[in-house]
Design a protein around this ligand. Structure first.
Ligand SMILES: [Zn+2]
Length: 212
Protein backbone atom coordinates (compact mmCIF):
# COMPACT_ATOMS: atom_id res chain seq x y z
CA UNK A 1 0.00 0.00 0.00
CA UNK A 2 1.39 3.35 -0.98
CA UNK A 3 1.65 5.59 2.02
CA UNK A 4 2.58 9.02 0.70
CA UNK A 5 0.76 11.91 2.25
CA UNK A 6 -2.71 13.07 1.33
CA UNK A 7 -1.20 16.13 -0.25
CA UNK A 8 0.65 14.08 -2.87
CA UNK A 9 -2.25 11.77 -3.58
CA UNK A 10 -4.03 14.50 -5.49
CA UNK A 11 -1.25 16.88 -6.49
CA UNK A 12 1.38 16.58 -9.23
CA UNK A 13 4.66 15.22 -7.79
CA UNK A 14 6.72 17.72 -9.78
CA UNK A 15 5.00 21.09 -9.39
CA UNK A 16 3.03 20.11 -6.24
CA UNK A 17 0.30 22.46 -7.40
CA UNK A 18 -1.91 21.13 -10.11
CA UNK A 19 -4.09 18.04 -10.00
CA UNK A 20 -2.71 14.69 -11.12
CA UNK A 21 -3.48 13.65 -14.67
CA UNK A 22 -1.32 10.61 -15.45
CA UNK A 23 1.57 8.80 -13.69
CA UNK A 24 1.12 11.12 -10.65
CA UNK A 25 1.83 14.17 -12.85
CA UNK A 26 -0.39 17.09 -13.85
CA UNK A 27 -1.17 17.58 -17.51
CA UNK A 28 1.42 20.37 -17.92
CA UNK A 29 4.29 18.43 -16.34
CA UNK A 30 3.26 15.28 -18.24
CA UNK A 31 3.48 17.27 -21.50
CA UNK A 32 7.03 18.37 -20.65
CA UNK A 33 8.27 14.78 -20.52
CA UNK A 34 8.85 13.17 -23.89
CA UNK A 35 6.95 9.89 -23.86
CA UNK A 36 7.77 7.66 -26.79
CA UNK A 37 7.10 4.14 -27.95
CA UNK A 38 10.62 3.23 -28.97
CA UNK A 39 13.04 0.41 -28.77
CA UNK A 40 16.72 -0.20 -29.08
CA UNK A 41 18.27 -3.28 -30.51
CA UNK A 42 20.63 -5.12 -28.15
CA UNK A 43 22.30 -7.63 -30.46
CA UNK A 44 18.89 -8.73 -31.86
CA UNK A 45 17.08 -8.45 -28.52
CA UNK A 46 14.46 -5.73 -28.03
CA UNK A 47 14.88 -3.14 -25.34
CA UNK A 48 11.70 -1.11 -24.80
CA UNK A 49 11.67 2.25 -23.08
CA UNK A 50 9.17 5.04 -22.42
CA UNK A 51 11.04 8.31 -22.19
CA UNK A 52 13.83 10.16 -23.91
CA UNK A 53 16.57 10.89 -21.40
CA UNK A 54 16.61 14.66 -21.40
CA UNK A 55 15.27 17.67 -19.51
CA UNK A 56 12.79 16.83 -16.79
CA UNK A 57 13.21 13.05 -17.20
CA UNK A 58 16.93 13.39 -16.56
CA UNK A 59 16.28 15.52 -13.50
CA UNK A 60 13.67 13.11 -12.07
CA UNK A 61 15.94 10.07 -12.38
CA UNK A 62 18.92 12.00 -10.98
CA UNK A 63 16.84 13.25 -8.03
CA UNK A 64 15.58 9.74 -7.34
CA UNK A 65 19.11 8.28 -7.25
CA UNK A 66 20.27 11.01 -4.90
CA UNK A 67 17.27 11.38 -2.63
CA UNK A 68 15.41 8.06 -2.79
CA UNK A 69 12.20 10.07 -3.11
CA UNK A 70 9.34 7.60 -2.74
CA UNK A 71 6.91 9.42 -5.03
CA UNK A 72 9.48 9.47 -7.85
CA UNK A 73 9.97 5.72 -7.40
CA UNK A 74 6.21 5.27 -7.81
CA UNK A 75 6.30 7.39 -10.94
CA UNK A 76 9.20 5.42 -12.48
CA UNK A 77 7.58 2.09 -11.54
CA UNK A 78 4.25 3.16 -13.04
CA UNK A 79 5.90 4.21 -16.30
CA UNK A 80 7.71 0.85 -16.60
CA UNK A 81 4.63 -1.13 -15.53
CA UNK A 82 2.51 0.38 -18.26
CA UNK A 83 5.22 -0.33 -20.85
CA UNK A 84 5.33 -4.00 -19.72
CA UNK A 85 1.52 -4.21 -19.99
CA UNK A 86 1.54 -2.56 -23.40
CA UNK A 87 4.07 -5.13 -24.66
CA UNK A 88 2.28 -8.04 -22.90
CA UNK A 89 5.31 -9.15 -20.91
CA UNK A 90 3.59 -9.79 -17.56
CA UNK A 91 4.28 -13.52 -17.77
CA UNK A 92 8.04 -12.93 -18.00
CA UNK A 93 10.27 -13.29 -14.93
CA UNK A 94 11.63 -9.92 -13.90
CA UNK A 95 15.38 -9.48 -13.33
CA UNK A 96 17.43 -6.33 -12.86
CA UNK A 97 20.73 -4.94 -14.04
CA UNK A 98 22.50 -5.21 -10.68
CA UNK A 99 24.88 -2.83 -8.93
CA UNK A 100 27.81 -3.95 -6.77
CA UNK A 101 27.43 -4.03 -2.98
CA UNK A 102 29.79 -1.07 -2.60
CA UNK A 103 27.76 1.08 -5.04
CA UNK A 104 24.58 0.22 -3.11
CA UNK A 105 26.29 1.05 0.19
CA UNK A 106 27.62 4.34 -1.15
CA UNK A 107 24.21 5.37 -2.49
CA UNK A 108 22.37 4.07 0.57
CA UNK A 109 19.87 2.04 -1.42
CA UNK A 110 19.56 -0.19 -4.48
CA UNK A 111 17.67 2.12 -6.82
CA UNK A 112 16.78 -0.35 -9.58
CA UNK A 113 15.80 -3.05 -7.08
CA UNK A 114 13.38 -0.64 -5.38
CA UNK A 115 11.72 0.13 -8.72
CA UNK A 116 11.58 -3.56 -9.69
CA UNK A 117 9.89 -4.53 -6.39
CA UNK A 118 7.22 -1.94 -7.08
CA UNK A 119 6.76 -3.09 -10.70
CA UNK A 120 6.52 -6.78 -9.66
CA UNK A 121 3.97 -5.81 -7.05
CA UNK A 122 1.96 -3.68 -9.52
CA UNK A 123 1.76 -6.43 -12.13
CA UNK A 124 1.98 -9.52 -9.93
CA UNK A 125 5.12 -10.64 -11.76
CA UNK A 126 7.71 -13.09 -10.54
CA UNK A 127 10.85 -11.20 -9.59
CA UNK A 128 14.28 -12.75 -8.94
CA UNK A 129 16.42 -9.90 -7.51
CA UNK A 130 19.62 -11.94 -7.15
CA UNK A 131 19.50 -13.94 -10.36
CA UNK A 132 22.18 -11.71 -11.90
CA UNK A 133 24.89 -10.28 -9.63
CA UNK A 134 27.60 -7.76 -10.33
CA UNK A 135 30.91 -9.25 -9.30
CA UNK A 136 33.36 -6.65 -10.60
CA UNK A 137 33.71 -2.95 -9.83
CA UNK A 138 33.59 -1.03 -13.09
CA UNK A 139 34.83 2.46 -13.90
CA UNK A 140 32.42 5.21 -14.90
CA UNK A 141 31.75 4.49 -18.55
CA UNK A 142 31.51 7.98 -20.01
CA UNK A 143 35.23 8.72 -19.56
CA UNK A 144 36.22 5.66 -21.56
CA UNK A 145 36.61 4.91 -25.24
CA UNK A 146 34.30 2.34 -26.85
CA UNK A 147 36.96 -0.39 -26.60
CA UNK A 148 37.75 0.48 -22.99
CA UNK A 149 34.04 0.34 -22.15
CA UNK A 150 33.70 -3.20 -23.48
CA UNK A 151 36.87 -4.23 -21.60
CA UNK A 152 35.63 -2.49 -18.43
CA UNK A 153 32.40 -4.51 -18.41
CA UNK A 154 33.89 -7.88 -19.37
CA UNK A 155 33.14 -10.42 -16.63
CA UNK A 156 31.28 -7.82 -14.54
CA UNK A 157 28.17 -9.97 -14.09
CA UNK A 158 27.43 -13.51 -12.97
CA UNK A 159 24.22 -15.52 -13.35
CA UNK A 160 23.15 -17.02 -10.06
CA UNK A 161 20.03 -18.96 -11.03
CA UNK A 162 18.79 -21.54 -13.49
CA UNK A 163 16.80 -19.51 -16.01
CA UNK A 164 16.79 -22.08 -18.79
CA UNK A 165 13.02 -22.65 -18.76
CA UNK A 166 12.00 -19.02 -18.25
CA UNK A 167 11.10 -16.02 -20.35
CA UNK A 168 13.09 -13.21 -18.77
CA UNK A 169 12.73 -9.45 -18.74
CA UNK A 170 15.72 -7.46 -17.51
CA UNK A 171 15.01 -4.01 -16.13
CA UNK A 172 17.38 -1.04 -16.18
CA UNK A 173 16.89 2.68 -15.54
CA UNK A 174 18.71 4.43 -18.39
CA UNK A 175 20.10 2.95 -21.59
CA UNK A 176 23.11 4.88 -22.82
CA UNK A 177 25.62 3.03 -24.98
CA UNK A 178 24.03 -0.44 -24.79
CA UNK A 179 27.33 -1.97 -23.62
CA UNK A 180 25.91 -2.95 -20.21
CA UNK A 181 22.88 -4.72 -21.69
CA UNK A 182 25.09 -6.42 -24.27
CA UNK A 183 27.31 -7.73 -21.46
CA UNK A 184 24.21 -8.96 -19.57
CA UNK A 185 23.03 -10.76 -22.69
CA UNK A 186 26.49 -12.28 -23.21
CA UNK A 187 26.57 -13.43 -19.57
CA UNK A 188 23.11 -15.06 -19.84
CA UNK A 189 24.54 -16.95 -22.80
CA UNK A 190 21.24 -18.11 -24.29
CA UNK A 191 20.11 -19.91 -21.13
CA UNK A 192 16.50 -18.76 -21.33
CA UNK A 193 13.35 -19.34 -23.36
CA UNK A 194 13.15 -15.67 -24.35
CA UNK A 195 14.86 -12.43 -23.37
CA UNK A 196 13.68 -8.81 -23.44
CA UNK A 197 14.93 -5.61 -21.85
CA UNK A 198 12.92 -2.70 -20.50
CA UNK A 199 14.13 0.69 -19.26
CA UNK A 200 12.68 3.99 -18.10
CA UNK A 201 14.61 6.11 -20.56
CA UNK A 202 17.19 6.10 -23.29
CA UNK A 203 19.68 8.66 -24.58
CA UNK A 204 18.68 7.84 -28.13
CA UNK A 205 16.27 5.66 -30.02
CA UNK A 206 16.56 3.46 -33.04
CA UNK A 207 13.02 3.39 -34.26
CA UNK A 208 9.89 5.31 -33.56
CA UNK A 209 6.78 3.20 -33.59
CA UNK A 210 4.32 5.91 -32.57
CA UNK A 211 4.46 8.99 -30.51
CA UNK A 212 2.29 8.30 -27.46
ZN1 LIG B 1 2.79 19.52 -12.38
Amino acid sequence: MRNFSLLFQKRCIICHEKKQFKYLLCEDCYEKLIFVDCYRDIDDTDCYFSLLHQGLTKKLIYDYKLSRKEVVRYFLADVISSKIKEKNLQDYTLLIVPSTKSTINRRGFDHIHEIAKEVANNLDMEYLPDAIVKVKETKIQHNLSQLQRIENLKGAFKVNADLSNRKILVLDDIVTTKNTLREIKRTLNGNYVDLKFVAVSSRSNEKYYNWV
